[in-house]
Design a protein around this ligand. Structure first.
Ligand SMILES: [Zn+2]
Length: 50
């Protein structure tokens, strides 16, 4: 059985579906573009570690 989820991932930044051809893969997560990656990275960096 092929994993159909491989073709479609959700952006870790804006949660929208990421088209396979356009997906932006960074640090084990998918983003729809570089902007979402930067945004998610900045948001994660802004969170104080508990
Ligand atoms: Zn996005």
């Amino acid at each position: 059985m092929a994993d159909q989820d491989e073709a479609l991932k959700n952006c870790a930044g804006c949660k929208k579906a990421v088209v396979r051809a356009k997906r932006y893969y960074r640090n084990g997560k998918y983003y729809c573009n570089q902007n979402c990656w930067k945004k998610a990275k900045a948001a994660a960096g802004a969170q104080p570690a508990e």
